[in-house]
Design a protein around this ligand. Structure first.
Ligand SMILES: Nc1nc2c(ncn2[C@@H]2O[C@H](COP(=O)(O)OP(=O)(O)OP(=O)(O)O)[C@@H](O)[C@H]2O)c(=O)[nH]1
Length: 271
């Protein structure tokens, strides 16, 4: 461990500030306000008490001194407390954003996808509304990495994610499930709608032409689509059906959209 980083070696003022931040965070807004109000009053009364004693114990002087103290101490302290609380709120928002975002692509991460997916599944089952899922997997991505390098693969993955996002509606949720696999959750969307959306995403990605060093790198993706059925009680069941469809898309040549087998047959849609 770096000795200079140990708490005992650090600037005492910085340590005090950190301790204050930690305390406010722990105490919460309501308690912080209560402590703050009590603190200002106590400080003001102590100072005014001293002035009163020095000035000959006059009650009027004590009251005036208290008022002056409250007015002069409170705005400054209030500003500091408010600024601290504002900073803490911003930190909380940043932490929350980081916790649900995939670092590489900027889309949502797997954990958030599952959280939202479970809620949307319950909502769809409760109100009998449609819900669909698209699984997306980049084609021959190992080849991209091997030919142009891992860094290029990362940039291409980000571009693919951006192309997907540009195609979606604001109510759809795009997440990176891991590796070169993405997922889109589409509330209020049936199988036919999701297949159409998947095809638009496929075309958008096929248009990508990433300039990398002296070359142009292109990408294609395979997509598997499934829609919620009444007998599906878990998100995993929906994921499984979309995964089988994705496997079909890979096996039948890649760069294509496949719908869940029996669903497309039953609905008579082209998958
Ligand atoms: N650059 C980059 N590569 C990744 C990332 N995650 C996974 N990969 C690579 O993606 C490749 C996936 O390889 P495979 O599972 O064989 O699949 P593929 O080459 O895309 O072939 P198909 O899926 O069958 O079309 C591997 O080489 C992984 O290293 C990532 O975050 N960045």
């Amino acid at each position: 461990m770096d000795a200079d980083a140990s708490p005992s070696r650090r600037d005492p003022n910085a340590l005090r500030w950190e301790a204050l931040r930690a305390w406010v965070l722990e105490a919460g807004l309501a308690r912080a306000n209560l402590f703050y109000t009590c603190g200002v009053l106590a400080a003001s009364m102590s100072i005014s008490g001293a002035i009163t004693w020095l000035a000959g114990r006059s009650v009027a002087t004590a009251l005036a001194a208290t008022a002056v103290c409250v007015l002069s101490v409170a705005p400054l302290t209030g500003y500091v407390v408010l600024k601290l609380l504002y900073e803490l709120e911003r930190s909380r928002q940043t932490i929350r954003q980081l916790a649900i975002t995939d670092e590489l692509t900027g889309s949502f991460n797997r954990r958030h996808f599952r959280e939202v997916g479970e809620v949307e599944l319950l909502r769809a089952r409760r109100y009998g509304t449609p819900l669909a899922l698209i699984l997306i997997d980049a084609d021959h991505f190992k080849r991209v990495n091997d030919t142009h390098g891992h860094q290029c693969g990362d940039v291409l993955l980000r571009e693919i994610s951006l192309a997907c996002r540009a195609t979606l509606r604001s109510t759809d949720l795009l997440a990176r499930l891991g590796g070169e696999e993405l997922a889109v959750l589409l509330p209020q969307t049936d199988l036919a709608g999701a297949l159409a959306m998947a095809e638009r995403i496929r075309q958008e990605v096929a248009r990508l032409a990433l300039a990398w060093r002296d070359e142009t790198v292109e990408a294609t993706i395979s997509l598997g689509v499934a829609a919620l059925r009444p007998e599906m009680t878990s998100l995993d069941a929906l994921l499984h059906e979309a995964d089988v469809a994705l496997y079909d898309a890979k096996r039948s040549g890649r760069n294509r959209v496949c719908g869940a087998r029996w669903q497309t047959a039953a609905a008579g849609v082209a998958g």
